[in-house]
Design a protein around this ligand. Structure first.
Ligand code: HEC
Length: 467
């Protein structure tokens, strides 16, 4: 029996259009019948009111059935319900009055019925399509920009819940668990809702991910009915699951910043990935103003040696110098940079084996904003030469023998936006320390494949080798 009752609820969205049509027609005919030309239409008013009343009552019954699913915003639902019932009552009154002479009362009832239908319909729309559904198309700040994840420049300064977790929940769960819809009686679009839980009770228990339905359900077999998000819907990625697990297990709660929470090595890649999505906020890597032209002779000798030397922009004296086309870079060629040391702003000098003097010379190019010295022989010692390059925004040290000790010497580079440290001697565990030393810098570890540590719960089996 309860199944049949639930089934009729499904007819509500179709049925509700009947009373709207019938009653508007009744009101229109009633108004027209006042004109002598259309006086004959009067009997139709009565019929339209009768049909409107019957369909309004049916809508109420099916609506009531649908509402017991518990997936709608309660306040809106309440208003919608009482407005809907009033429409039925007013249509009954309209029907009763329709064969009585026109009076002021009849006019008032007509106007009220008209308003009630509009309000009820709008509330119904809000229940199914969400708040502000009518104006969504005009409101460029609506869903699309709200769902966009906030640009995180430095993940350590980000708020765990607001900046990292809530956007994930909004993306992957919001379609069914937010103001618009509350499947399972659950909303996940805010702290209070999450703490309130769903129809089966609590879904979040700080410190206990597997005791928190909000996480546990995503770990279930995807074919299981309780798996979230349901099968066929966009699923949480490994990274998102790692972050949600970390959020719950580390007791990060709803106000802490990332840096205030313990970060095991295995969440670091996921956290850093949140951050590198923002390279778009780069500052222009060209200094303001211009500089004296570099001596032509110096440029000529560099070009002759095979170095690519280009102005960074038309009519600019700032230079972009690139050694990429030289198979074996010698200190002699690097020495040619001396006369133009002030003009160079971008320097690409990878895979070189350089002397102390060359490193010193590079350290004197203090207008540099971008420096790529990947796979060079730079050491924790020679890096000291670079500590005066305080205009650097971008520094690529990939594949060098640099360790966390050497990086510490770069502390004076206060403008550094991006620091690339893949395949260096910097250890996984060092990245947390480094990020604290360079809070404004996006540090790329490049190496997202991390060693297992005993604290990891993962079990690895040795591959079986067949003889
Ligand atoms: C396509 C719609 C849909 C999406 C997306 C979705 N869910 Fe659900 N969710 C449901 C439905 C339907 C139920 C009720 C059925 C049930 O309890 O299994 C439910 C129930 C739940 C419940 C149990 C609530 C209770 O108390 O019974 C939790 C917890 C939950 N979802 C978490 C999530 C999380 C976390 C996400 C995102 C990662 C998510 N859901 C995404 C449809 C969805």
């Amino acid at each position: 029996m309860s199944n049949v009752f639930a089934l009729i609820g499904n007819f509500h969205p179709v049925l509700v259009h009947l009373p709207i049509g019938f009653l508007f027609l009744a009101l229109l005919f009633h108004w027209m019948s006042g004109k002598e030309k259309y006086a004959g239409i009067l009997p139709a008013v009565r019929i339209a009111f009768l049909l409107g009343m019957i369909s309004a009552v049916l809508s109420c019954v099916t609506g009531w059935s649908l509402s017991t699913g518990g997936e709608y915003d309660e306040d809106t639902l309440d208003y919608h319900k009482w407005m809907g019932i009033s429409v039925s009552v007013f249509s009954l009154i309209g029907y009763q009055l329709s064969n009585k002479p026109n009076t002021g009362l009849k006019k008032v009832i007509s106007v009220l019925t008209f308003l009630l239908i509009i309000i009820t319909g709008h509330l119904g729309g809000t229940l199914t399509h969400g708040e502000g559904f009518l104006t969504k198309a005009f409101n460029s700040k609506s869903d699309s920009s709200r769902s966009a994840r906030k640009n995180i420049i430095n993940v350590q300064e980000a708020q765990v819940f607001n900046d990292i977790i809530q956007p994930i929940l909004q993306d992957k769960c919001g379609g069914c668990h937010s103001a618009t819809k509350q499947k399972g009686g659950l909303r996940l679009d805010g702290k209070d809702w999450i703490l309130k839980g769903g129809k089966d009770g609590k879904v979040f228990e700080s410190g206990n991910p597997l005791g928190s339905e909000i996480y546990k359900r995503s770990t279930l077999d995807p074919l299981e009915e309780k798996h979230m998000p349901p099968k066929g819907k966009p699923q949480l990625t490994e990274q998102e699951m790692t972050l949600i697990n970390w959020w719950i297990s580390s007791n990060a709660g709803f106000v802490k910043k990332v840096k205030e929470v313990v970060q095991e090595p295995k969440v670091m890649p996921a956290l850093l990935a949140m951050q590198s999505a923002v390279v778009s906020v780069k500052k222009p890597a060209i200094p303001e103003g211009n500089i004296a032209k570099a001596p032509e002779a110096a440029l000529d000798s560099l070009r002759k040696a095979g170095v690519i030397v280009l102005p960074v922009a038309a009519n600019s004296n700032w230079l972009n110098v690139n050694f990429v086309s030289i198979p074996k870079i010698s200190d002699k060629v690097v020495a040619l940079l001396a006369p133009i040391s002030k003009q160079i702003v971008w320097l690409k000098l990878g895979y070189a084996d350089l002397s102390k003097d060359s490193w010193k010379l590079i350290g004197q190019c203090n207008n540099l904003t971008r420096l790529s010295i990947e796979h060079t022989n730079l050491t924790d010692e020679s890096i000291a030469n670079l500590s005066g390059l305080n205009n650097l925004l971008y520094l690529n040290l990939v594949g060098t023998r640099i360790s966390v000790k050497g990086i510490a010497l770069l502390k004076p580079l206060s403008k550094l936006d991006e620091l690339y440290l893949g395949q260096t001697m910097v250890k996984t565990n060092d990245f947390t320390t480094l990020q604290k030393q360079f809070p404004k810098t996006v540090i790329d570890s490049g190496n997202y494949h991390l060693e297992n540590i005993p604290a990891d719960t993962q079990l690895l089996k040795a591959p079986v080798i067949k003889k």
